[in-house]
Write a protein that binds this ligand. Sequence first.
Ligand code: UD1
Ligand code: UDP
Length: 373
Amino acid sequence: MNKIRVMTVFGTRPEGIKMAPIIKVMENTSEIENIICITAQHRRMLDQVLNLFQIEPDYDLNIFKPGQSLTEITVRALEGLEEVIIKVKPHVLLVQGDTSTVFAGALAAFYQKVKIGHVEAGLRSGNLYSPYPEEANRKLTGILADYHFAPTKTNRDNLLKEGYPGDRIFITGNTVIDALQYAIKKDYVFNLPLLNQLDYNNKKIILLTSHRRENIGKPMENIFSAINEIALKYEDVEIVFPIHLNPKVREIANRIFDGNPRVHLIEPLDYEPFTNLMAKSYLVVTDSGGLQEEAPSLGKPVLVVRRETERPEGIEAGTAKLVGTDFENIFNEMDILIRDKREYEKMANAVNPYGDGKASERIVDIILRYGLK
Ligand code: UD1
Ligand code: UDP
């Protein structure tokens, strides 16, 4: 029997997390030969994910360089991938999401006339510069893709509006929910003592992440300043911020939160402690994409510190709120959720607009159906 040779390509932390459940299903599918190639656009933050999910890549392009530019990532990934694709000759190449690795992966596959499956297809903010460069990466990847795995109906509709044929767009749910099921544990014990010592019952623990390129500079200063003021105002509030390894983010965080005893700046957490921390926290403030999907399914209100989002489903479901990047609005919205129990309860509902945890199985089924055609 001819196996379908599927090459999965990924490079950053979120791609790794969302690709891992698909890899696990493919490992148990005898009709598929699964070849894993990482660009390692992220090094440390991706290795954390590989260790947790026990994924051993067949190819590691190791392109990471501190301070890498978008061009450097794209060029180094494209060059490295060409060689691997020519050697592996996959029937299908899978990419996930919207990073520069994703676009380079799709382009490299297209150049070799290899079919492309785009996982998490059809997300659109409507602004090419926000998130930057992700909105462009998604559109560019969409143009090249043969199979569009759309997490939600909204994502499918976006693709239909752009003229993609309906029979190549599959609503699958988001694999982020599949991954979450691996990670969340009752009575989870953290390796980091601080996280065991926090008083989750009597204090309001707020989880913060922020790393978006378009926020670096004044918007990020506004976000952190508003949160810093909130932590100074309320004695029962504590902020936990596992800071992204980007030195530009670190500089702003260290400067603005300096000396505030109720703000804990920590290293990026492994996925398992991170999601369990989210599950125990009171509120999430973030500009991340993945967190906007995880928090609603854990019943945690999310304030999205961005001007627009490509994930409107959490907002429509009432768990997420888009609060922009101005100091006043962020401060006021946080203030309401800390003071007003009714407003908080309105948002703290576990809803799951992003899937049922079976997205990976659906994606693999579709690959089995179309992979050799
Ligand atoms: C990238 C993606 C973004 C995604 C994010 C997830 C692009 C253009 N951006 O953004 O879509 O949301 O990953 O986190 O593809 N660094 C390290 N070690 C690491 C990772 C990063 O030191 O393991 C530092 C380096 O200084 C690096 C900087 O972070 O230069 C930025 O990393 P990069 O991959 O260029 O962009 P992200 O902002 O992480
Ligand atoms: N995450 C993690 N450790 C952290 C912060 C985030 O494991 O310290 C996980 C989080 O659960 C989510 C993913 O990383 O699944 C989100 O990645 P990120 O915010 O870097 O990228 P984005 O989703 O914005 O592309």
